[in-house]
Design a protein around this ligand. Structure first.
Ligand code: SDX
Length: 431
């Protein structure tokens, strides 16, 4: 017997079906609510509203659980690598040796940008924000792969995914080189995914450069941790744009734009800027905490709090340990780490943060690791985008993978002026 809930309205009762998820999450299906009762629901920020049923990622914010296709993030962090996780997210299973080699070869064979695309960099100012360039360049990619912009079969999706996942690295590295006036460095087939990203960014033609093994492992792990996170703002953006029938590259480009916001993927850059501000001595930790608690101040503690996690973000837990490990192997010292630990300690013992269940999130420690390996602040959100790309592709595929695409079109409650007539300018009062 299908489970239902009953709501009372208009002196009538309306039975609404209940959808129950794998982990027993319950949702009220309101798809017929307006037709039957005339009511819509209102939920700014969609705090209580599910947009879809999805099989890709499960999070439980109360318990601090994150699983990709059912596999806990802690296990993937210990045992997997980013390209295997990308396969898992996009295709739903861990790849066998043949699938793994096939996709790795496709990434290698699609690492080069079309030479025409390279000239776009000449048009950007040298200090352009790399997230603006990334969003523009991903959209421009579709001009060179029009048939792959609207992939309809698994082979086309695989090819488009390989181009995007491989070339997002090249675009990132080229925008970094352009900002420094250094020559573009081309990828080396023998290098792993993260290794090639760092090699293209940091090597120079006139000197030997090798990526530290612990650094390449750390970047690979950071990309795993960022690979998906169910219906977050940027992923929902990708699904929303996909619902209009827009192509994969345009949907990903929109996702990059949404991720850039300081409340979302831009928080890793904002968190470091906050720590730098404290380190500069302008304000101390306690003053920042006071400002963050002040209702009349819009300031938020960057890297803290989460719409879903009302417990420690499992990714932040892993990143906190990883930051100490990377600092150790690089014999790197950074006063910002001590400030971050002090900030966390004070916040986690402050009733304001305890009552609101505000914990460090994925963006609180990641910036410290990027800083240690020499990534500039404005590229922190770009590294987030590189990690999130497989998740976006998986969600684009899931959202478009049905024969009847349903355009996403939320309703509203209108609160503007009631009906009024047009007033000719001669009769309008001058303010
Ligand atoms: C990411 O959704 C995802 O999954 C995102 C992400 C992913 O992987 O895709 O996990 C990545 O975006 C992580 C979040 C990065 N953003 C930040 O670190 C920015 C700082 N955090 C906040 O802006 C905030 O916590 C959000 C945006 C993350 C969540 O905001 P919500 O869910 O809308 O929470 P809210 O604004 O309703 O806050 C509830 C209360 C409020 O106080 P009251 O009005 O109840 O008194 O908590 C307070 C807020 O003022 N609050 C904070 C705070 N975060 C929430 N107060 C101070 N500092 C903060 N950081």
């Amino acid at each position: 017997m299908k489970k239902t809930v009953t709501i009372k309205a208009n002196n009538k009762e309306y039975k609404l079906p209940v959808v129950i998820g794998t982990e027993k999450e319950k949702g009220i299906d309101i798809s017929k609510l307006r037709a039957e009762s005339g009511y819509i629901t209102l939920d700014p920020g969609y705090t209580n509203t599910g947009s879809c049923e999805s099989s890709i990622t499960y999070t439980n914010g109360e318990k601090g659980i994150l699983r990709y296709r059912g596999i806990p993030i802690e296990e993937l962090a210990r045992k997997s690598d980013f390209i295997e996780v990308a396969d898992l997210l996009i295709w739903g299973t861990l790849p066998d040796k043949g699938m793994r080699k096939r996709f790795t070869d496709m990434l290698t064979n699609n690492a080069l940008l079309h030479e025409g695309l390279k000239h776009h960099f000449e048009g950007f100012p040298f200090d352009a924000h790399p997230m603006a360039m990334l969003s523009a360049m991903v959209n421009a990619l579709s001009c060179y792969h029009p048939v792959l912009a609207q992939p309809h079969n698994p082979r086309e999706i695989e090819k488009a995914a390989a181009i995007l996942i491989s070339q997002i690295r090249t675009i990132t590295a080229f925008s970094y080189k352009m900002s420094r006036g250094e020559p573009f460095i081309y990828p080396k087939p023998k290098y792993s995914y993260a290794e090639n990203l760092l090699y293209m960014m940091f090597s120079l033609p006139h000197e030997h450069y090798e990526v530290h093994p612990e650094v390449k492992r750390a970047v690979d792990l950071i990309l795993i941790l960022h690979a998906d996170h169910e219906q977050n703002c940027s992923t929902s953006t990708v699904r929303m744009v996909a619902s209009s029938g827009a192509n994969l590259f345009a949907s990903i480009s929109a996702g990059i734009a949404a991720l850039w916001g300081h409340l979302h993927g831009g928080a890793n850059q904002a968190a470091i800027e906050m720590l730098e501000e404290i380190h500069s001595g302008n304000m101390n930790v306690k003053q920042y905490i006071k400002m963050a608690k002040d209702k009349n101040n819009s300031f938020r503690l960057m890297g803290f709090g989460h719409r879903v996690y009302k417990n420690y973000d499992p990714r932040a837990m892993i990143l906190k340990k990883l930051s100490k490990k990377v600092f150790n192997v690089l014999k790197h010292k950074d006063p910002l780490l001590d400030i971050a630990l002090e900030l966390e300690d004070i916040a986690l013992n402050d009733p304001y943060f305890i009552e609101r269940k505000l914990y460090p999130n994925v963006d609180f420690y990641s910036g410290l690791i990027y800083r240690a390996i020499g990534v500039p602040k404005n590229m922190f959100p770009v590294f987030f985008a590189i990690g999130r790309l497989p998740g976006w592709i998986a969600h684009w595929k899931e959202a478009t993978n049905n024969n009847r695409l349903q355009i996403a079109r939320p309703r509203q409650i209108y609160v503007g002026p009631a009906k009024q007539g047009y007033v000719p300018i001669s009769k309008r009062s001058t303010k």
